[in-house]
Design a protein around this ligand. Structure first.
Ligand code: GDP
Length: 287
């Protein structure tokens, strides 16, 4: 799903989340492990207003595990527990409930002390479009949940999904908008598929990706695509284009006459990156 965000949409999205927050105890904030800050809503702290929160770094199957470990530390330093997961395959999804319970343990203790039988913890998943909210809801539910909330004529009453006996999950996630002001953020969102690449120039997104990869994953590029020499000057566009051409040649983006079709090469680079065919790549680091 790709949403074009306008101020009116943001206000509506915020209002919808604030309505949901009234019903819940703990928020599960879903981020993209490859670009945690760029896939984060800029107003999330303000919107969630101090609700206990677990950060999930999703799509970790595509992210660089070493960089993800650094991100977990980054969030921990800010007092936010963070857990890398892969919602599509269900990896580490079973660890979510114990982590949510930790966040709510003090409340349960208080209830028990007062002689009240604690009810199931109520949780809400929030995140930007395409970060994997529906995939995670289906994983936690153990079945495919039809999204009913947005269709006209369908009852809008909130549905709860039982995750074991100890957690109830709201069946419709909270959709947040990413930040747009920073062009680099836009590049990272486009490269990972959070926004349509057509919103930016495809070759710009591919160039950004290659630049980042030359900088951080140079040996992998050389090995995978048989690039002899990597550019030393990251701002030398011509040198970067040579790398793109080498990749294009290796991946068959050739037009008649043996020249590399750069548009096709750009598309292949982005598709390969998103499918994990370039290896596990993170496009943002916490320093
Ligand atoms: P939503 O818009 O936040 O509800 O996102 P979706 O659940 O529809 O997921 C968006 C895309 O990301 C889908 O193509 C999913 O298959 C894919 N996806 C979700 N989680 C993961 C994951 O952990 N790893 C990978 N590789 N893909 C994922």
């Amino acid at each position: 799903m790709t949403i074009q965000w306008f101020p009116g949409h943001m206000t509506k999205a915020r209002r919808q989340i604030e309505e949901k927050l009234k019903l819940i105890d703990v928020v599960i904030e879903l981020l993209d492990a490859r670009i945690p800050l760029s896939s984060r809503n800029p107003m999330v702290d303000e919107i969630l207003k101090g609700k206990p929160r677990l950060v999930l770094l999703n799509k970790n199957d595509l992210a660089d595990p070493q960089v993800t470990a650094e991100w977990v530390k980054y969030f921990a330093d800010q007092g936010l527990p963070a857990l890398p997961i892969d919602a599509a395959n269900g990896t580490h999804v079973k660890e979510i409930l114990p982590r949510v319970k930790q966040l709510w343990a003090h409340k349960i203790e208080t209830m028990l002390r007062k002689g009240i039988n604690p009810r199931a913890i109520r949780a809400l998943i929030v995140g930007i479009p395409n970060v994997g909210k529906s995939t995670l809801i289906n994983q936690l539910a153990g079945k495919k949940i039809a999204a009913t909330g947005d269709k006209p004529g369908v009852t809008k009453g909130q549905q709860w999904i039982k995750v074991g006996t100890e957690m109830d999950l709201l069946d419709t996630p909270g959709i947040l908008w990413p930040k747009f002001e920073d062009q680099m953020v836009g590049m990272r969102l486009a490269a990972t598929g959070a926004i349509k690449e057509e919103l930016l120039h495809l070759d710009d997104v591919a160039l950004f990706t290659i630049k980042y990869m030359v900088q951080h994953y140079g040996a992998g590029i050389q090995e995978r695509f048989g690039v002899q020499e990597l550019p030393e000057d990251m701002d030398n566009i011509q040198e970067m284009v040579k790398v793109m051409e080498a990749i294009g040649r290796k991946r068959g983006a050739i037009v008649s006459g043996g020249k590399v079709d750069l548009d096709k090469a750009s598309l292949i680079i982005i598709r390969d990156l998103r499918a994990g065919k370039m290896g596990r790549i993170s496009l943002e680091r916490p320093f």
